[in-house]
Design a protein around this ligand. Structure first.
Ligand SMILES: [Zn+2]
Length: 231
């Protein structure tokens, strides 16, 4: 799971994470930024926030059974899909060699009807992840310096992008894990404080599942990038 900020995964896909870890899957988080922009309080300090947000993310990972959480250390609010970012994500992809890479949607500019303009860090991470899928992770001649680190090329078999019910081809039933998702999101105390996020998560999950007759769901656009027989 590659995402921009500590809490992105909990807002978006933690029901799927809990479902997968519950089935015995190993999940690794890669947080691109340090979350250091996540406060509008007068006197807020990036250094202080960075350590708070890392601790909150690790706590959420424990709730969800996430095996490992890597922080790439980009400054919250200034992510661009540079070669440095592509290299850093490729390093993790070649090291972890995942069956599925979950990436933010690089095309999402806004959320129509809900008065939300998407954070550019989300899009930038999505663009970088697509470049990691092709060509960076599988191509030997991309980032030869990673070969020197012992990281051989790796073809990522599946790409999943969280999306809205209308654009999704895959729905994960999170009815049994939504409470765990809420508990994990609640670990991000600096972000959710007294906000009614429980109901917000339930409403979103109901919208996702509604069209499929699922009580609570998360929705994805998925790409199978490798043929079965070559896996
Ligand atoms: Zn975010």
């Amino acid at each position: 799971m590659v995402f921009a900020h500590p809490d992105d995964a909990e807002f978006g896909i933690a029901g799927t994470v809990a479902t997968w870890t519950g089935l015995g899957a190993e999940v690794v988080y890669v947080s691109v930024t340090d979350g250091s922009g996540g406060s509008n309080e007068v006197g807020a300090d990036r250094e202080e926030l960075r350590s708070i947000r890392e601790a909150e993310q690790r706590e959420a990972c424990d709730v969800l059974g996430v095996r490992e959480c890597v922080f790439l250390g980009w400054r919250d609010g200034s992510v661009e899909p540079t070669m440095d970012l592509r290299r850093a994500i490729t390093r993790e992809a070649r090291r972890v060699r995942p069956d599925v890479l979950v990436s933010p949607d690089p095309t999402r500019m806004w959320d129509e009807g809900r008065g939300y303009v998407n954070h550019p860090d989300h899009r930038a991470v999505g663009i970088a992840c697509l470049a990691v899928v092709n060509p960076d992770a599988p191509t030997r001649l991309q980032f030869p310096e990673l070969l020197e680190e012992g990281l051989e090329p790796f073809e990522i078999p599946n790409l999943w992008i969280p999306t809205y019910e209308g654009e999704a081809d895959t729905f994960v039933d999170i009815s049994d894990t939504i409470d765990t998702k809420i508990r994990a999101l609640r670990c991000h105390r600096s972000q959710v404080q007294d906000r009614p996020v429980d109901q917000w998560l339930r409403d979103r999950a109901e919208e996702r599942g509604g069209s499929r007759g699922i009580r609570y769901a998360e929705a994805f656009k998925t790409f199978r990038l490798k043929d079965e027989e070559t896996e």
